[in-house]
Write a protein that binds this ligand. Structure first.
Ligand code: SF4
Length: 265
């Protein structure tokens, strides 16, 4: 499928969908089938063929990492910065801004979902910050600690994808392209020793990668499983007993949450 064809009638995706697909395409397929089952009121068939064998890695290539900057320590917000958007549906966000720094931009600033109809993408960054000169960028908050080997196989490279997609949504909503986005790891234990943030550039290279990633996901009609103990242990479809490829039982002691519709293999 050509890039233009895929983008004319795109399967709707969110920044979090990119993260899910990057870990395991089959997880995204099951979650999407659950969503379609809920809408249809009856089980929807998974696209993954019965004879599919597990893959060793997601087919989605990692984003460019050239300008990515990993910074130890607390994220200090400049007092001249203004918070113009915050997601009210996201519980437990840290208080990073003084009251006088908060001027949410109507209508999107009060937590509307940011939508890019052209690219079939929507989502909600945790925060969007504006600098005095008009520069704008998203911040994604994670309650965990900064991973030392950020780019490694046990790091958090997948958070990078989410922020790149949020940069695109900010660009469409405000009409200004962010130069970067930030993912903030705000584990407050240890007197700040576990905190840190990653500054992720949003240049032509990241935008090109995002466009190609959306095309690649929509073109994938197999959505093969990529089982691993790390990911299967925290995978919601595994929690709900919906994946026959799981490499590990769902993590003991986790909240089982709401049981969702069961798609069909
Ligand atoms: S249980 Fe593992 S293989 Fe199955 S969908 Fe989840 S992450 Fe993928």
């Amino acid at each position: 499928m050509s890039a233009s064809a895929a983008l004319e009638s795109p399967e709707h995706l969110t920044p979090h969908d990119l993260v899910t697909y990057f870990r395991c395409p089959h997880e995204l397929e099951i979650l999407e089938a659950q969503r379609r089952s809920r809408i249809a009121g009856s089980p929807v068939q998974l696209r993954t063929p019965l004879g599919t064998v597990a893959a060793r890695a997601s087919p989605l290539s990692p984003p460019p990492l050239d300008g990515l900057e990993v910074v130890d320590g607390r994220l200090e917000i400049d007092p001249t910065d203004t918070l113009v958007y915050s997601d009210p549906a996201e519980a437990g966000l840290p208080i990073l801004f003084a009251t006088e720094q908060i001027r949410l931009d109507p209508p999107v600033g009060a937590g509307a979902t940011l939508i890019d109809r052209g690219w079939g993408l929507s989502g909600r960054p945790d925060f969007v910050v504006q600098r005095p000169g008009g520069a704008i960028f998203p911040i994604e908050y994670k309650s965990t600690h900064l991973f030392r080997d950020y780019r490694g196989s046990h790091g958090r490279l997948f958070d990078t994808l989410q922020v790149i997609a949020e940069c695109r949504l900010v660009q469409v909503a405000w009409g200004r392209r962010p130069a970067h986005g930030i993912v903030y790891y705000g584990d407050a234990s240890g007197a700040g020793s576990r905190e840190g943030y990653v500054r992720i550039p949003y240049s032509d290279a990241e935008e090109r990668w995002l466009r190609q990633a959306l095309v690649a996901i929509r073109s994938d009609v197999i959505r093969a499983p990529v089982p691993s103990e790390r990911h299967c242990g925290g995978c919601p479809p595994n929690r709900d007993g919906l994946c026959r490829f799981a490499a590990a039982p769902y993590g003991a002691g986790r909240d089982r949450g709401e049981a969702l519709p069961r798609p069909l293999y």
